[in-house]
Design a protein around this ligand. Structure first.
Ligand SMILES: [Zn+2]
Length: 169
């Protein structure tokens, strides 16, 4: 099933999501639906709050279907190590049409659980590091615009409000 993507302005995107405790068939179905929804929206990462489900699960595929091995499911992830810094353009399916330069760590290690509840560690650099951080942020109720200057953030919010008024958001 393909879910519509929740856009910025919906409070579900700005509250911490609930820990997942049941590693059952329903969770596996949710992960499948999240990959389908992410690919349909042309994204390389998606967190459950972005489809209106306030639970700590995110999916990532920075190869966008090219490498099936690159599909990552993170349940209850936490960032356990970061190193370096890199500034790059970043966007979010919940803020369509917008992109900003965001500085983040270059290398990241995340500890999470897989769909069976087993503890895993995933390390990545550059785009994958960015995706691991971006999606974990979502589960903590944070968006990439929390990492840009207040001035740029206000400008972006003003543009979003204008789009909302025009019924284009
Ligand atoms: Zn996002």
């Amino acid at each position: 099933m393909i879910y519509p993507i929740v856009k910025f302005g919906d409070p579900v995107l700005e509250k911490p999501a609930a820990a997942i405790e049941n590693f059952d068939q329903e969770l596996r179905k949710l992960a499948d639906d999240m990959f389908d929804s992410m690919y349909a929206a042309h994204g390389v990462g998606l967190a459950a709050p972005q489809i209106g489900i306030s639970k700590r699960i995110a999916v990532i595929d920075v190869t966008f279907k090219e490498d099936p091995e690159a599909k990552i499911v993170l349940v209850n992830p936490e960032i356990i190590h970061t190193e370096g810094r890199i500034t790059s353009d970043e966007g979010c399916l919940s803020l369509p049409e917008f992109r900003e330069k965001v500085t983040r760590p270059r290398h990241v290690t995340v500890r999470a659980q897989d769909l069976e509840g087993k503890t895993i560690e995933v390390s990545g650099e550059e785009l994958l590091a960015r995706a691991l951080l971006h999606e974990t942020d979502h589960l903590n109720g944070k968006l990439y615009i929390n990492h840009i200057s207040a001035l740029k953030r206000d400008m972006l919010k003003r543009k979003v409000r204008k789009l909302m008024k025009q019924g284009e958001w």
